[in-house]
Write a protein that binds this ligand. Sequence first.
Ligand code: MLT
Length: 268
Amino acid sequence: MKNLLVHGANLATVDQGRGRPVLLVHAFPLDHSMWDAQVAALAPRWRMIAPDLRGFGQSQVSEGTVTMEQFADDLAGLLDELGIDEPVVFCGLSMGGYIGWQFYRKYASRVRAMILCDTRAVDDTPEVRAGRKDMIDRVLHEGPEPVAQAMIPKLLAASTIASHPELVAGVRRVILSNAPQGIAAALRGMRDRPDATDLLSQIRCPCLVLVGKFDAISTLEEMRSIAAKIPGAKLVTIAGAGHLTPVEQPTHTTAAMEAFLAGLAETG
Ligand code: MLT
């Protein structure tokens, strides 16, 4: 991994492959490794950039709140540090998608296309905000264990949990390795994020909207409605997956991404 100083913080990133850049933005509370299968499969034709967001994985932890806009600014700074000035394919899952909306609002000219996986455009309801507060208190007092316990049944489909203990263990390991302060800062940022529904009809780049059929956080119905609002967006449903499509169904997810990327390559 490369380590780069971005806006005063050390950020770690995978930078692998050759070709036009694809920026892979991970979900909460994970790190870049959720994209390992896609990086390995697509790096022969695309430059795959998969950072650990501020506060996660090997990147520096910030206390307080990290807003979705600040994460987006970090990503723009990261691309600058990598010398990438051509527009990227922005691929974000869940919190990575929340960051994607802010990235597009601020840096549309740096976006060639978007892959929006298992994400939401609406902001948090009061109930969800209250749940975030509870989780912030718990992670700061008890560490990431209660976060892992609460999140895993929502991140993974029941069938994945039943038949792939190694995937469950891998997701759990990543969650437990993250710093409580980093998890809390992102929870505050997600809690305070603005509603992005108004942005959807203004998006003017090719978009792939991808969702696991059994996603319990960003449901198929909700993702269908996001795709319907983005002009020209294509919706792909991944069978046998919950919220973490790239981890639960790496082959099918990579194939959907590859087909979309190949279509972009044809249009130049
Ligand atoms: C994620 O997968 O990034 C989170 O579940 C998003 C959220 O908690 O809203």
